[in-house]
Design a protein around this ligand. Structure first.
Ligand SMILES: *Cc1c(COP(=O)(O)O)cnc(C)c1O
Length: 411
């Protein structure tokens, strides 16, 4: 039997932290014959995406659209701003920060990682000390992952800008918002972010395959100083509608553009503040259930949230520990018996180690509502019972209480 067996029938539920659940409106918008890419509707549609993307990012500056996943946006951001031999600082709270740093290293950039482990946010004092010691301003950029999807830590991007400003350090502030955009509050211009990367398949609810690099004037000035930028990643033309929407550096990602149009309509129709509040409310229900499950005589034997401090938890993804191999057993049981797929653990243990089977993640990003979250939690409760995994009582009632007490702002 394949891993996607769903013997109970009904709609399966992919609750992994990306790709996220695709709304029917997005699927329907994509279900069409190929349009003409040289004239007509598609050009207007593409132009219409830009103001809505900028509103989502909280910027009045520029956005370049790439036919790539998040890794492509990572490379694009680096390719436009850095040269081999440049130095960057990367404060890390998980696997994705390390991955972005490794990509920079492969481009010949000198990387310096401040590793805060897999369950802690950035230590601003340590970042400040390192930047203060950089008197000659050799550090050209600071790369920060807003929500590290492996650990589910949410970092203080605006606080990092404050550190740079207090030292009058000119390094670019570059943020990865691939997991957080459209889920956790993010305001590019207000927070002083110079470059931001994101992708389509998480909070943006569209299939993987297009990604975005937002950049301000300081970043554009850095781009202008580069002796060369590889043609495909050069954001100058990609951010210029006259040149780009017509030619897209090749064939336009036609169906993704239609899908994204529908997704942005959903987000802005609901209202960004309401979208953020919904994610916060649903995340609190998830945490409440997980904390209740963890209340057993010997907490070491049970479920534990990776991030202890609520203020540091993402509203889009939750990383959890369950003694090995119970996390993997639970994931397998839920997928086979309930059609419910949870995310694998990432970066919390080496893939070949026995500990690898002691972590998993829940995605609650994008197209999710209260009944889906109660279904997700009800599924986990069922799996814990079926596999006789020690767990505290009352988790579902606690989660329901969280949702019941917080009256939704929209009907
Ligand atoms: C998913 C993710 C990535 C990688 O995106 P891909 O589209 O898989 O390349 C990078 N950073 C973060 C924070 C992510 O959540």
């Amino acid at each position: 039997m394949s891993a996607t067996t769903n013997p109970s029938g009904g709609r399966p539920y992919l609750a992994i932290p990306g790709p996220s659940v695709i709304p029917d409106a997005v699927l329907q918008a994509m279900h069409r014959p190929s349009p003409n890419i040289y004239a007509g509707e598609l050009l207007d549609l593409t132009a219409s995406l830009v103001p809505d993307l900028k509103a989502l990012a909280g910027t009045r500056h520029s956005v370049a659209i790439y036919i790539a996943n998040g890794h492509g946006a990572w490379e694009a951001a680096l390719s436009n701003t850095l040269q081999p031999g440049d130095r960057i600082l990367v404060p890390a709270s998980g696997r994705f920060a390390l991955g972005w740093a490794e990509m920079a290293e492969a481009l010949g950039v000198e990387i310096e990682i401040l590793d805060f482990g897999t369950a802690a946010a950035w230590d601003m004092a340590r970042i400040s000390d390192r930047l203060a010691a950089d008197k000659s301003h050799e550090i050209k950029a600071v790369l920060g992952v807003h929500v590290d999807t492996s650990s589910s830590i949410r970092n203080d991007v605006a606080g990092l800008r404050d550190v740079l400003d207090a030292l009058q350090h000119p390094a670019l502030l570059m943020a990865d918002c691939i997991a957080s955009l459209g889920c956790d509050r993010f305001e590019m211009d207000a927070w002083g972010v110079d470059v931001m990367v994101t992708a389509s398949q998480k909070g943006l609810m569209t299939p993987a395959g297009i990604s975005f690099v937002f950049f301000n004037d300081r970043a554009a000035a850095a781009r202008a100083r580069q002796p060369r930028v590889s043609r495909y990643w050069d954001w100058n033309e990609r951010a210029n509608p006259e040149v780009f929407y017509q030619y897209f550096g090749g064939t336009a990602p036609t169906h993704h553009l239609y899908g994204l149009r529908a997704a942005l309509d959903l987000i802005h129709g609901e209202g960004l503040e309401t979208v953020w509040a919904r994610h916060a409310r649903l995340a609190q229900a998830v945490w409440a259930a997980c904390e209740a499950w963890g209340e057993i005589e010997d907490p070491q034997q049970g479920l534990r949230l990776n991030v202890a401090d609520r203020d540091l938890r993402s509203h889009a993804v939750t990383a959890l520990h369950l003694p090995s191999p119970m996390a993997s057993a639970l994931r397998a049981w839920l997928e086979e018996n309930l059609g419910l797929t949870l995310g694998i653990g990432l970066g919390l243990a080496p893939p070949d180690s026995p500990e690898w089977h002691g972590h998993f993640r829940l995605g609650h990003m994008g197209h999710v509502n209260g009944q889906m979250i109660m279904g997700l939690l009800g599924g986990i409760e069922t799996g814990l019972q079926a596999l006789k995994i020690p767990h505290g009582a009352g988790a579902l009632a606690t989660a329901a209480k969280v949702l019941a007490e917080q009256v939704p702002t929209q009907r």
